[in-house]
Design a binder for this molecule. Structure first.
Ligand code: CA
Length: 408
């Protein structure tokens, strides 16, 4: 693994998220309407405007769904072509006019989300949350070591970084209250996750290896969660309105091809998996992840740092399991990894865990404290796979909490 050099100078910064090794895909608007782009250094290349070597129809709509649907041979050919265009300086004269500064562009949803499924597959997170909700003895559900469990979420409320989150109203009932009330959520939380994007459809069950080949790329994902709504509604059918307000994703799709050098295995199994879930090779990735909170007008405080290598089940195992029923998968399906938590107290991917259910507030840089999110708070997720002398980064996934609507 070495850093590939680009004639776009900023792409050769060892601390940058977008070297030539990365080439993540997004949709941007730099004043000419929504266009499909690839990030390189501090620039965005307007892909449709250059000699990309593919059917122009793939770039007709400002969304990466058509390219995904075209399949892995097109994915590989396009990546090879863009690598050549941005790596070989003989293309500079033809390509440079189609670069725009990222700082001056608005980043939009990179693809149309077909359906959204959220999993629950980090063991540390499942133990932490299970202990808070059900006690240490029943922390892990009986199925947890055998099944990558999940629920069907809402594609309609997946939003791109930069979108604000309106504090939801919901039905709430504290354990010591006899009856529920309808009120704004008072325990609003984040969930630090990685989202896998399904780039090929399926009809019938697929193997883990086939599932892995269907995944086009990954984004950072914040699964905003209303803990008080969740605690009252979730039994027996799981999360519903607690998770339906919004799910934020980062604007750049980091491809599976770019992440290939960073593959790492899932951990040793505490209970043997059924054979259909066996992995043919390392299926996780070594991706450092952080989440930071900035109160209104205040500085950022890093709340937690963790790594995607902490997962118990990979996205390929989750996608394989998703198809066991025969459930067809679509191009543009989004799979949330589940909150990613490490083993230490500062590596938990939610405030629920960091504050132990609100019992132990976290202190911000300016001395303010938080048990859960307050209006005006901005949450920012970041992530990068670190190599010797360069990194493959995701950019940022940010969102600000707005007050609940006034219903009086
Ligand atoms: Ca989640």
């Amino acid at each position: 693994m070495t850093m590939m050099q680009s004639w776009v100078e900023a792409a050769n910064d060892p601390q940058g998220d977008f070297p030539l090794n990365n080439l993540p895909y997004g949709v941007f608007d730099a004043g000419q309407g929504a266009r499909m782009g690839v990030a390189i250094g501090d620039r965005i290349l307007d892909v449709a405007a250059v000699d990309h070597g593919q059917d122009p129809a793939l770039f007709a709509a400002p969304s990466w769904n058509a390219v995904m649907a075209a399949g892995p041979a097109v994915w590989a050919a396009l990546r090879a072509r863009l690598t050549d265009l941005l790596g070989d300086a003989t293309h500079r004269g033809a390509v440079a006019p189609h670069l725009v500064p990222m700082a001056g562009a608005r980043l939009l949803m990179p693809f149309t989300v077909s359906e959204y499924t959220d999993f629950y597959a980090s063991k540390n997170h499942a133990v932490n949350v299970g202990t808070l909700f059900r006690g240490a003895e029943n922390a892990l559900p009986p199925n947890w070591l055998s099944i990558p469990i999940g629920y069907n979420g809402r594609a309609s409320s997946v939003v791109v970084s930069g979108s604000d989150l309106r504090r939801p109203w919901g039905q709430l009932k504290a354990p010591d209250q006899p009856l529920p009330t309808f009120a704004p959520c008072a325990r609003l939380d984040l969930e630090l996750e990685l989202g896998a994007i399904v780039g090929q459809p399926s009809d019938g069950m697929v193997s883990v290896a086939e599932a892995d080949a269907m995944i086009f790329g990954y984004v950072l994902l914040n699964d905003w969660s209303a803990r008080d709504i969740q605690a009252w509604e979730y039994q027996p059918l799981g999360p519903f309105q607690a998770k339906a307000t919004a799910t934020s994703i980062s604007p750049w799709i980091v491809t599976a091809a770019a992440l290939a050098p960073f593959r790492t295995p899932t951990p040793a199994r505490e209970r043997p998996l059924l054979p259909y879930l066996a992995e043919p090779g390392p299926m996780l990735y070594d991706i450092d992840l952080t989440v930071s909170l900035a109160p209104a007008g205040g500085a950022e405080t890093q709340l937690a740092r963790t790594n995607y290598n902490q997962m118990y089940f990979s996205a390929a195992q989750q996608l394989c399991h998703h198809t066991t029923s025969g459930c067809p998968m679509r191009v543009g399906d989004l799979l949330g990894s589940g909150t990613i938590s490490g083993e230490t107290p500062d590596s938990c991917g939610s405030l629920l865990e960091l504050t132990r259910g609100g019992q132990a507030p976290v202190t911000l840089e300016d001395g303010r404290t938080r048990r859960f999110l307050e209006d005006g708070d901005t949450l920012t997720l970041r992530g990068a796979a670190q190599a010797e002398g360069y990194r493959v980064g995701f950019g940022a996934c940010a969102g600000t909490v707005l007050p609940a609507v006034d219903r009086d």
